[in-house]
Design a protein around this ligand. Structure first.
Ligand code: PBG
Length: 324
């Protein structure tokens, strides 16, 4: 008597394991989030995101060149807006000479082939720290969509390849797609944050941009993390409205959703491994409780195995270093 199939034969040594490995991480998988700040010569570490920085435009150039050299060819831009430029309607968001618009041009001038995606939401520009316009303590959907649409056009004019609405207002993808077509930006894509959950894992990001909501929370627009069907509905609606890429966010706690959406849709699926996920690994590694690189690669591989075609991750550079 012996086991009919000995599965361990395919695990006997590193060579056979690499031969049968199903999921391989490469630099091509990554979308690198970048935080941009006003000023000159600024490279400041975000306290809750060790070894992650905000860059002023001059130092952004160097960072973008480094990324390109490492084989990282896509960036997702976020800006930290000074308080005096914040208001309820995000006026600064459509300033053609604003920080985001300048950042887009800086990346494109430094590295013309780098793919530039931009965050579209009001929170960095909002005096309330919300993703849309506030009236009587409520986030007003349709007026917000109008601003988000103008913001997208402004990003396209500055040279963005893709706009990435992260706001979760209803109907924004259709409105943005129509406006891009009307303005002749037929090749400008939309990566929609389609299934974005109201998550406690965004904390460090809100530190990075000083964008925490001034009152309440984001639960009237971001999704309840208890829900699954809703993620499918949101994603299918965004595709019908014109999304080229859809996204699930956060990553690790939502891989069931990723797999389900991947099985359901015929567009690329992105996953955002968010700031809190990054912070947890860094903190545990700093204490010597976890092996940083091993845990990082395990998580990234799990995200890809679950069905991610694109991974937005603060670990992109660390991962490329490990890949060698
Ligand atoms: C804001 C936005 C957030 C993130 C990306 N875009 C925060 C939020 O919704 O409050 C989070 C990213 C991260 O935590 O890494 N529209």
């Amino acid at each position: 008597m012996y086991p009919i199939r000995r599965n361990r034969r395919l695990r006997t040594n590193a060579a056979i394991r690499s031969l049968v490995r199903e999921t391989i991480i490469s630099p091509n998988d990554f979308l690198v989030p970048l935080f941009v700040v006003e000023g000159k010569g600024v490279k400041e570490e975000i306290p809750s995101m060790p070894n992650y920085y905000r860059y002023s435009l001059d130092l952004l150039e160097k960072e973008v060149k480094d990324l390109w050299t490492m084989g990282l060819k896509s960036v997702l831009l976020f800006v930290k807006v000074p308080d005096h430029l914040k208001d309820n309607k995000g006026k600064e968001a459509v300033n053609s000479n604003g920080l985001m618009q300048k950042a887009i041009k800086t990346v494109k001038n430094t590295c013309p082939d780098m793919l530039v995606m931009t965050d579209v939401a009001l929170d960095p520009y909002s005096s309330y720290g919300h993703d849309g316009i506030v009236e009587d303590g409520k986030i007003i959907n349709d007026d917000s969509v109008e601003v988000l649409t103008n913001m997208s056009i402004s990003h396209a004019e500055a040279g963005a390849d893709f706009v990435a609405p992260s706001d979760m207002m209803d109907g924004r993808i259709l409105s943005i797609r129509e406006a891009l077509e009307d303005e002749g930006f037929v090749d400008t894509g939309i990566m929609s944050y389609s299934a974005k959950y109201a998550s406690a894992f965004y904390g460090p990001f809100r530190d990075a941009l000083d964008s925490a909501p001034g009152f309440g929370d984001k639960k009237t627009y971001q999704m309840d993390y208890a829900n699954r069907f809703e993620a499918i509905k949101e994603t299918e609606m965004d595709i019908d409205e014109g999304a080229d890429i859809v996204m699930v966010k956060p990553g690790l706690c939502y891989l069931d959703i990723v797999r389900e959406i991947k099985n359901e849709v015929d567009v690329p699926v992105a996953v955002y491994q968010v700031s809190g996920e990054y912070a947890m690994v860094k903190a545990a590694a700093e204490k010597g409780w976890l092996d940083h690189d091993a845990v990082m690669m395990e998580q990234l591989t799990a995200i890809k195995r679950a069905g991610a075609n694109i991974i937005a991750s603060y670990f992109a550079k660390d991962a490329v270093r490990v890949l060698g």
